[in-house]
Write a protein that binds this ligand. Structure first.
Ligand code: NAP
Length: 254
């Protein structure tokens, strides 16, 4: 099951899991986005098993409902990838109390509402793997990403806590922290960065890229490769980990 599977990193993850022969369920709010993703995946993997489920994961009841529907359709969720995020980048001077609340709803609760019941069910079955696509903004503060960064930091804590709580029941939980990755979300973020500095979005992208030692931004498929690895038995002793993918933009030992 991939939340946020209709676009960006989540959609790239869907492709990665289909490539491995998995059956995939995608969750996002918009039926139009899900239909577009389904058409793309069916064109590439005509034999692949893909189901789509519309839900706003900010609502715990909707999350539970689609989890039940997905398990009824495809069997127990063996791997959960959370990638359904909506925390907006906002220049510091434009911040409001609502911006902080929206970020927790859009990024933190949208992950927790699916992670918690899935971890519990996996634990009851004695196996499972969860990978949360969080963000390096949860580790390194950015002036234009404070509400979203705070939600990410909270998610990293819960990912590590879930790994400890459900490890004895055979469930692994890991987090991947991409920095700027070339998706629609990034393009929206660049608009905030551009407003903050009075420059064009293109100049904002060039500035961000200049700070990355690898000399380019990540592609969604590169994040998906790491997600698929962490979900696989190749990572059978990796749990509670938080893997930064920022092209060494914030080199650090911890
Ligand atoms: N791209 C980056 O540079 C980057 C960097 C670090 C971390 N991340 C994180 O990675 C995750 C994925 O980002 P992305 O760039 O792939 O974003 P994206 O292209 O905007 O895709 C987000 C996905 O989440 C779904 N979604 C959003 N809110 C939802 C909700 N409340 N309930 C259900 N589905 C919801 C969207 O579909 P609907 O609109 O149909 O709901 C879409 O499928 C996010 O959590 C983001 O914070 C991204």
């Amino acid at each position: 099951m991939i939340t946020g599977g209709s676009k960006g990193i989540g959609l790239a993850c869907a492709k990665g899991f289909l490539e491995e022969g998995a059956s995939v369920s995608l969750v996002s709010r918009s039926t139009a986005n899900l239909d577009a993703a389904l058409a793309q995946l069916r064109a590439q993997w005509p034999q692949g098993v893909v189901r789509t489920f519309a839900a706003d994961l900010c609502d715990a009841a909707q999350a539970l409902k689609v989890l039940d529907e997905a398990e009824a359709a495809l069997g127990p969720v063996e791997v959960l990838v959370n990638s359904a995020g909506a925390a907006r980048r906002t220049p510091a001077e434009e911040l409001t109390a609502q911006a902080f609340e929206d970020a927790m709803q859009g990024k933190y609760f949208s992950y927790v509402h699916m992670m918690e019941p899935v971890a519990r069910r996996m634990g009851a079955r004695g196996e499972g793997a969860i990978v949360n696509v969080v963000g390096s903004g949860g580790k390194f503060a950015s002036p234009v990403h404070m509400p979203g960064g705070a939600a990410n930091a909270a998610l990293l804590l819960v990912s590590a806590g879930m790994a400890a709580a459900y490890g004895p029941k055979g469930v692994r939980v890991n987090a991947v922290n991409p920095a700027q990755t070339l998706t629609d979300r990034l393009r929206t973020g660049l608009l905030a960065e551009a407003r903050q500095h009075g420059i064009t979005p293109e100049e904002a992208q060039a500035r961000i890229t200049a700070r990355v030692p690898l000399g380019r931004l990540a592609r969604p498929e590169e994040v998906a490769d790491v997600v698929v690895f962490l979900a696989s038995s190749r990572a059978s002793y990796v749990t509670g980990a938080s893997l930064v993918m920022d092209g060494a933009a914030n080199p650090t030992a911890v």
